[in-house]
Ligand binder design. Structure first.
Ligand code: C5P
Length: 223
């Protein structure tokens, strides 16, 4: 059995992008390496948690000591997350595609002389975080991430309410910080209690500090 402040706690983490199929060989995706989400999963496991990582397609290895479900699309990610309930906490780091194609072609769409370029009809994907934040079986602690290019804090505060989250980890991806796919991150922790600014640090350090914050919060909740 595991040791640490999160021993006995089951925590769901989402990470990576989702791929929304157009046909068997083509897809629409978000830009996400999975580095931050995988680091969060690893940091929670280091504190003793039973971590269930639901990952979209990424090029990085499964974190050690973590149980991983691999999915492709947003709907698969939502189903995987729901099947893992109940849980003590859930941390939504994945960059989920907001839209998918209304239907994906069963066969490869052929490019041929005289064929018009295909147009894609898009429909909205489920918001996985909002679904869990307002779920009848809601984990005690629900944490979301928000990549913003403007009005970072105001947007994060609005997201807290809309998505039913306890914390939003907000980062500004507007400038040349290299957050996307990079190794460092500068975040603000937005909650009903206010806004906490963390200095720029590695994604691993963000993950460790967030895991410590989650452990601190869960300590006050007895099962
Ligand atoms: O609304 P926005 O995409 O900025 O919200 C980001 C947060 O919501 C992240 O925690 C992300 O993992 C989660 N999310 C989700 N399902 C979606 C869209 C976002 O879980 N369809």
């Amino acid at each position: 059995t595991r040791k640490g402040p999160l021993a006995g706690r089951k925590i769901i983490v989402t990470s990576g992008p989702t791929h929304e199929p157009i046909d068997p060989v083509r897809y629409i995706a978000n830009r996400s390496s999975g580095k931050q989400g995988h680091a969060v999963a690893a940091a929670l496991a280091k504190l003793g948690a039973d971590v269930r990582l639901v990952s979209g397609p990424v090029a990085i290895a499964d974190p050690a000591g973590v149980s991983v479900s691999h999915v492709e699309s947003a709907r698969e990610m939502r189903d995987a997350v729901e099947s893992l309930l109940p849980a003590d906490a859930a941390v939504f780091v994945a960059a989920v595609a907001d839209w998918r194609t209304e239907r994906s072609a069963a066969e490869k769409i052929k490019k041929a002389p005289g064929n018009a370029a295909p147009s894609l009809q898009m429909v909205e994907n489920p918001d996985i975080l909002a679904g869990i934040g307002h779920h009848a079986n809601r984990p005690y602690l629900v944490v979301g991430f928000a990549a913003e290019t403007q009005n970072v804090v105001a947007n994060a505060q609005a997201k807290l309410k809309k998505k039913g989250a306890d914390f939003i980890v907000a980062n500004d991806v507007s400038h040349e910080g290299g957050v996307m796919g990079g190794d460092r991150n500068r975040v603000r922790i937005v909650s009903a209690g206010g806004v906490e600014e963390w200095p720029e640090m590695s994604k691993e350090d963000v993950a460790e500090r967030l895991a410590a914050l989650i452990a601190e919060r869960l300590k006050t909740i007895t099962v």
